[in-house]
Design a protein around this ligand. Structure first.
Ligand code: SF4
Length: 603
């Protein structure tokens, strides 16, 4: 075992900044990262064991304790529960004979909960040893557990459940459906791989590429909406030894799965977009930061990169352009929603806990390894290729004035056709509901839990940066759903689990707000509780990053748009809060935060 860990360390050139790769490979080798492995890694990298352990404990999918020969991670997001996750959970517990959070005595099976795994269109779903099992039923669960006990390996398990487990693309698609329901410029079949790199780049300067992207008015598709051309220009101008292009494929917002589909169906488009950005900024290296939940794509994407290298769409002197040398590697996260925040992602890329950095400096000046870096998401890179292929002016005919182009939506929840839809910006929510076959709709969660929960009186609104901004997650709830109990509470628990713990606001306030919500749900709420919730939501705005700043949104947004749901649960005769112990709630919240703040680890 020691030899294998040493081989892993050597594979990554004993490089501290590749600690994430070393830990992930070690975890996959033995199912956990034990004391000996921690000690070996610490010695080799000249780090303390505490430093290694604090990184391991930050990420959901890394563990210092055995997780079982088969580690089963069942998605516990709100939509999974809507689609029958509780029955699946009960069946797993009954068949395996343990509770979630435990491992069988013989070490064969471990059961764990996990946040949204990007499969909301085919729930209930679970990850077992990095392979995804979708549309689970109690019958299928019984089969899976039986196969495990019969000694079958993962390929056999996949074959039994989904067909071919060896051939990468068919296997990928048999396990996970792409569910593309509407195509636009990104998902259309008109893209010819390599055409921009080989036919256009040799005749256009890097500055002209940036000018064309600026002319298109494209804004980043990740949610913040920063103008892409401007970001590329800032980075090109910034001085550094190297320039980096990072693709943020850490789509962790519950309800979003469109990056999974783009990477499955159009990986060349994304990689070509990264190379294009590399050309524009004078970039040396690209890194696809892919969420661990999509580890099952690894071999498939590596194959795609190999073919692109072979065809000189990546590599040295690409398309015969002297000095245009650019390659891409894939770096996996290990399960942490906060790593979708760009500076947390950079920390993770450098082998550390994914704790957001203070800004400025911004990544375009000091990003990966302190060098100028652009970070865009999967959809942004794909869109950039279509812009250079067809021109910035062509692009502006799609969408609206302030939100040009198309947007790919991940639509799930109570509708007949969950899946991925590419629409022009400016699309109206009412039309969207008709398009996906959603009836009797009570609410739509726009932009995931960190976004907005809207009711029918707002369905006339349109998708765009000046109205309803969204990174792509759209979750529909019909009138039978208990919004507060089944949705808002679940979303609050998600933020509590995902806080990195650095800021006291984000570490404590979501738990305190959740406790107040539970008190209301239990029939013990009074009118002043609603005033408190609103005020406490504002406290969260002082948090360092977007996670904390939006962590109160599930309550704040539902309180604003669905206030009667709260009011009908209140005790009518009491006006003011008499029983809520704020101090105890704060104390309790300190115990509940799963990611122990770094300074506590060092105490
Ligand atoms: Fe961490 Fe939350 Fe602060 Fe962001 S807001 S840095 S997630 S504690």
């Amino acid at each position: 075992m020691e030899k294998s860990v040493k081989q892993i360390i050597a594979k990554y050139n004993t490089n501290q900044t590749r600690l994430m790769d070393i830990l992930i490979d070690t975890q996959e080798l033995q199912g956990f990262i034990g004391k000996e492995a921690v000690s070996d890694i610490a010695d080799a990298l000249n780090m303390s064991q505490a430093d290694i352990e604090q990184t391991i404990t930050f990420y959901h999918f890394l563990s210092t304790e055995p997780r079982g020969k088969f580690a089963i991670y069942l998605n516990d997001s709100a939509v999974a529960i809507m689609y029958g996750q509780r029955a699946i959970k009960e069946t797993f517990e009954k068949e395996v004979g343990i509770k979630f959070g435990q491992v069988t005595n013989d070490g064969l099976i471990g059961l764990f909960n996990t946040a949204c795994i990007g499969m909301n269109d085919q729930e209930p779903a679970a990850i077992i040893n990095n392979r995804v099992f979708t549309k689970l039923t109690p019958y299928r669960v019984r089969e899976i557990v039986r196969y495990m006990r019969e000694g079958k390996n993962m390929d056999e398990l996949i074959n039994e459940s989904y067909g071919d487990g060896k051939n990468h693309l068919p296997s990928l698609k048999s396990m996970v459906s792409s569910n593309i329901r509407r195509k636009g410029m990104i998902l259309s079949d008109s893209y010819i791989y390599g055409s921009v790199t080989k036919n256009i780049l040799p005749g256009i300067s890097p500055e002209a590429v940036i000018a064309e992207i600026k002319h298109s008015n494209m804004r980043g598709r990740g949610g913040a909406g920063f103008p892409t051309g401007l970001k590329w220009e800032f980075c090109r101008r910034a001085k550094g030894d190297k320039h980096y292009v990072i693709c943020n494929a850490d789509e962790g917002e519950p309800g979003t799965f469109k990056d999974r589909v783009i990477l499955t169906e159009k990986p060349e488009l994304v990689f070509e977009g990264m190379a294009l950005a590399g050309y524009a900024i004078g970039g040396d290296e690209g890194i696809l930061y892919l969420r661990y939940e999509y580890r099952y794509m690894k071999e498939y994407l590596e194959d795609v990169l190999a073919v692109m290298r072979k065809n000189n769409v990546l590599g040295e002197n690409i398309a015969g352009i002297e000095g245009f040398t650019f390659d891409i590697r894939i770096q996996f996260g290990a399960g942490a929603y906060v790593c979708g925040e760009e500076s947390a992602l950079l920390e993770s890329l450098e082998g550390k806990r994914g704790e957001p950095r203070d800004k400025p400096p911004f990544p375009v000046e000091k990003g990966y390894l302190n060098q100028p870096t652009i970070i865009n998401n999967v959809e942004t890179f794909a869109t950039a290729v279509r812009i250079i292929e067809n021109g910035g002016e062509w692009f502006t005919q799609f969408g609206t004035e302030d939100s040009t182009g198309t947007k790919i939506l991940s639509i799930s929840g109570d509708c007949m056709f969950p899946g991925v839809y590419e629409v022009n910006w400016g699309f109206n929510v009412e039309d969207m509901l008709d398009m996906v076959g959603a009836y009797n709709v009570q609410a739509v969660q726009v932009g995931g839990p960190s976004g907005t929960l809207i009711g029918p009186d707002e369905f006339h609104r349109t998708l765009g940066y000046s109205d309803l901004s969204t990174g792509g997650s759209m979750i529909i709830f019909n009138k039978q759903r208990d919004l507060l109990r089944d949705v808002v509470l679940n979303f609050m628990e998600f933020f509590i689990d995902e806080s990195c713990g650095s800021c006291s606001t984000c570490r404590n306030m979501p738990e305190v707000m959740k406790n107040k919500l539970v008190r209301i749900l239990n029939g013990n709420g009074v009118k002043s509780d609603l005033t408190d919730l609103k005020a406490w939501g504002k406290v969260l705005l002082a948090s360092r990053c977007g996670l904390g700043q939006t962590a109160g949104n599930p309550i704040i947004s539902s309180l604003k748009n669905f206030r009667p749901l709260y009011e009908e649960l209140l005790q009518k005769e009491k006006e003011f809060d008499q029983g809520f112990d704020l101090e105890a709630s704060v104390q309790q919240s300190c115990r509940y935060v799963k990611r122990i703040p770094k300074f506590h680890l060092h105490e």
